[in-house]
Ligand binder design. Structure first.
Ligand code: FUL
Length: 449
């Protein structure tokens, strides 16, 4: 082959590698860095003790006499959550705001004599406290009579426009894929819905089973796969009929960047039921979920259902407070700080070192340290590269195997036995391209974990 042919071939090879890299948008990177968000499921179900209302509920039953959005927001802040996503409308069709397009809403409830607006109060309280606010607007609607016809798409779009126009910044819109019997003939115009979001709230992140911005994690238990790629290929998949296992682990060769959101309830159900008060997760259980969601390259979306009075229950509030306090204690002291190069422990994704396949990275602590948690982060703005790695520690005589991992992505948290050592090393075994390693941390977990 002529020299010039080699040159063309290598250019093609490099171009192919570059074009194969799937990168997140800026807003996707920002979104994932929030790590933990709150979901609030609230509607007539709270008063009927159901999980799915059938749409025949009277608005008369909705009366949260002590409703106080500030109480929700204070709890969210104390729990270290960055956004509240509210069910503005669940499958029963009851609207928590004064929609012009239906009577099935707070305007026909006794609450505040029909003058109240839950969406407004929660979004205002979030803004005041510096929290982001998102809305869940169920496509499946069991009350609206146009449902099942194309007219319903107009109804849905009108409601979406109301929510996206009248409540300031909306940071996420949650498109739930659930649908039941009466939904068979309904063809949702998802593309049309998304166009409206893009037009009215261009910074909002769009959730559905398959994105376009963030995806479902494939279960409602709150955990991502141990191997978890932000990339998937959505060809041939639909909302409400996606392959759950595929969504859970993602796809190393996926064509689109659509990180998983791990939705899970702090209680057995999504809505408040007094009979489920004993099912509130313990702080330790929530910490475990954090390791299995955020620590596996996902985002944790924890649901706290307000009770009939319109407040978060005290047990739930205490659980999230303690959850955050444990996490803060565990991750307070990065033993690599001042030992590894500065950019690896400065809590910034954008300052990173580059590593290649088979390259070994070593850290000398200069004194003996004790740790049982490891945290790794890639600078995801440059893509997700690590496919497998291993970590070893020095026992004074030789290197000992400590931990193996597959993907890292935004964050990987590893639990190990309590190790006493003065040196560790990490080897990237397989990577899709040059790794941009942003952060590395070694910690001793709180005794309360
Ligand atoms: C599901 C719904 O059917 C549940 O009621 C809940 O809203 C959950 C987050 O999504 O698809």
């Amino acid at each position: 082959m002529k020299k010039s042919h080699y040159a063309i071939l290598s250019i093609l090879f490099i171009w192919n590698n570059i074009s194969a890299q799937v990168l997140p948008s800026n807003k996707q990177v920002q979104w994932q860095q929030m790590e933990t968000n709150l979901f609030a499921h609230f509607t007539v179900n709270t008063y009927t003790d159901k999980e799915w209302g059938d749409g025949t509920e009277s608005p008369n039953i909705f009366n949260p006499v002590n409703f106080d959005a500030h109480q929700w927001v204070k709890a969210a802040k104390e729990g270290g959550f960055k956004m509240i996503i509210l069910t503005a409308k669940h499958h029963d069709g009851f609207c928590l705001w004064q929609s012009k397009y239906t009577n099935h809403s707070v305007k026909n409830s006794p609450w505040k004599n029909g003058k109240g607006d839950i969406v407004k109060e929660v979004s205002d309280a979030c803004k005041e406290a510096g929290l982001k606010f998102g809305v869940y607007l169920s496509p499946w609607d069991r009350h609206e009579t146009t449902y099942g016809t194309d007219k319903y798409n107009d109804y849905y779009k009108n409601q979406l426009r109301e929510l996206l126009s009248n409540y300031g910044e909306i940071s996420e819109v949650w498109f739930d894929g659930a649908k039941g019997e009466n939904a068979k003939n309904m063809q949702y115009d998802f593309q049309g819905y998304w166009d409206i979001v893009h037009q009215l709230q261009p910074n909002a992140v769009l959730f559905s089973d398959i994105g376009p911005d963030v995806r479902w994690v494939g279960n409602e238990k709150g955990f991502a796969g141990e191997t978890c790629w932000s990339t998937i290929t959505t060809d041939g998949m639909g909302i409400g009929k996606a392959d759950e296992k595929y969504l859970n682990t993602g796809d190393a060769n996926g064509k689109s960047w659509i990180t998983p959101e791990c939705d899970v309830s702090i209680r057995k159900g999504w809505f408040y039921h007094e009979s489920e008060n004993s099912t509130v997760r313990t702080p330790q259980n929530l910490v475990d979920l954090y390791y299995k969601s955020v620590g596996r390259n996902g985002l944790m979306l924890l649901n706290i259902p307000p009770n009939r009075a319109g407040l978060f229950d005290e047990t739930d509030v205490n659980a999230i407070k303690e959850f955050r306090s444990i996490l803060t204690e565990t991750f307070a002291n990065n033993l690599a700080k001042g030992k590894a190069i500065y950019s690896l422990s400065d809590n910034k994704l954008s300052t990173a070192i580059t590593l290649k396949e088979n390259q070994i990275w070593e850290l000398n602590f200069k004194q003996t340290v004790q740790f049982n948690r490891i945290s790794l982060q890639e600078n995801i703005a440059k893509g997700q590269m690590i496919e497998s790695l291993s970590i070893q520690y020095w026992n004074g005589v030789s290197w000992q195997n400590l931990s193996n991992a597959t993907t890292v992505g935004y964050k990987k948290l590893l639990k190990t036995n309590l190790i006493e050592t003065n040196k560790v090393r990490m080897k990237i075994h397989k990577a899709k391209g040059t790794v941009s390693l942003a952060e590395i941390g070694f910690y001793k977990a709180s005794d309360r974990e």
